[in-house]
Design a protein around this ligand. Structure first.
Ligand SMILES: [Zn+2]
Length: 349
């Protein structure tokens, strides 16, 4: 395959930090941990003016294409194809094909979407995904350094992370075959090839039912691209309450906190409190919430309009089921429980 010179130039003009982000490199203030060696203090710096990166310890560096080569351990051509895929830059006959796809009628697109939603949640594939992803450096940094979460709690929740979508797509296809992977919605296909459904780098939060059966997976994007949705659910998944297994260890009348979102839930658990989470302020999994009515329910609503609305909706739901949820107030200037947890850690040193 011949890659036209103007395309190579365009690929090398892609913002280096956006490329790093797509590769799952966690960039903060133009610095990142080097992926070539054990690195604890960020040794890589990015120059946005020269559009290059450099590791000051091992010496690797270069522009966007070189960064892909180094990170994915691939040759120049493979790196170009990968970048083209990730940033929707196509060349040769592929361009016409892409245009045809774009012109597909909205009706047809809707049908496809509907089909995806009604397909079953593939427990086997998703269980393998959870069992075969661990916490990588950017994920650890987010969970333990930024959010100050308890390591045992995070481990018990079996939270994983994916940094290199290229590797995980290959591993999944090798294990289960392409057809199965496509059917789960975890891998998608465009004219440029296969891609991973969840934006990476991301955390993976498994949802289990009370019997410990995997019932869903939610991702939390860790990159810097503002256009990417922060949270995604595995397609075809009915939204459920997070951390249902905790109910097995509670008895009637025990204190239980309901949080908005998983990170708040993890912060509550890290503080030694019992907690479950609704997936977001606007998603109330009613069929699971009904099981909570025999506990002493509490909630710290987020200090914003959505948080207040979520609390009111929950309050209404439990009143209708002859139960109450008590509102707890966060200190002034603290936006949510996670923020509160972090501030408490800072005070305690
Ligand atoms: Zn290095």
């Amino acid at each position: 395959m011949n890659i036209p010179q103007d395309i190579i130039a365009r690929l090398n003009e892609l913002p280096i930090e956006a490329v790093a982000d797509k590769l799952g490199i966690y960039v903060r203030r133009h610095k990142a941990l080097c992926f070539k060696h054990d690195d604890h203090n960020p040794s890589i710096t990015f120059s946005t003016s020269k559009n290059i990166y450099k590791c000051w310890v091992c010496g690797i560096g270069g522009g966007p294409i070189k960064l892909v080569q180094d990170k994915n351990a691939c040759d120049f051509q493979t790196a170009c194809v990968w970048l083209g895929q990730e940033f929707n830059i196509s060349w040769s006959e592929r361009k016409t094909y892409r245009n045809v796809i774009k012109r597909t009628s909205p009706k047809k697109l809707q049908l496809t979407k509907h089909k995806e939603e009604t397909s079953m949640f593939d427990k086997e594939v998703f269980t393998w995904l959870i069992d075969n992803t661990t916490l990588l450096d950017s994920a650890k940094f987010f969970l333990f350094k930024e959010r100050c979460l308890n390591e045992d709690i995070v481990q018990k929740q079996r939270i994983g992370s994916v940094v290199n979508s290229f590797n995980i797509v290959n591993a999944l296809v090798n294990k289960f075959g392409e057809d199965t992977c496509l059917r789960t919605g975890l891998i998608r296909k465009s004219c440029n090839g296969r891609y991973f459904y969840f934006y990476t780098p991301c955390l993976l939060f498994p949802y289990y039912d009370q019997d410990g059966i995997l019932i869903g997976v939610q991702s939390r994007y860790l990159g810097a691209n503002k256009k990417v949705p922060r949270f995604q659910f595995a397609s075809s998944q009915k939204t459920r309450l997070y951390n249902l297994p905790i109910l097995n260890s509670l008895k009637r009348g025990d204190k239980l906190y309901i949080s908005e979102g998983i990170t708040d839930c993890l912060a509550l658990l890290s503080d030694g409190l019992n907690a479950v989470a609704i997936p977001s302020a606007t998603i109330l999994p009613l069929e699971d919430l009904i099981f909570l009515k025999n506990y002493e329910l509490h909630m710290y609503p987020d200090q914003d309009e959505a948080g207040e609305k979520a609390f009111i909706a929950l309050q209404r739901f439990f009143i209708n089921h002859y139960s109450i949820v008590k509102k707890e107030a966060l200190p002034e200037g603290v936006k949510d429980y996670c923020d509160y947890h972090v501030k408490k850690q800072e005070i305690n040193g």
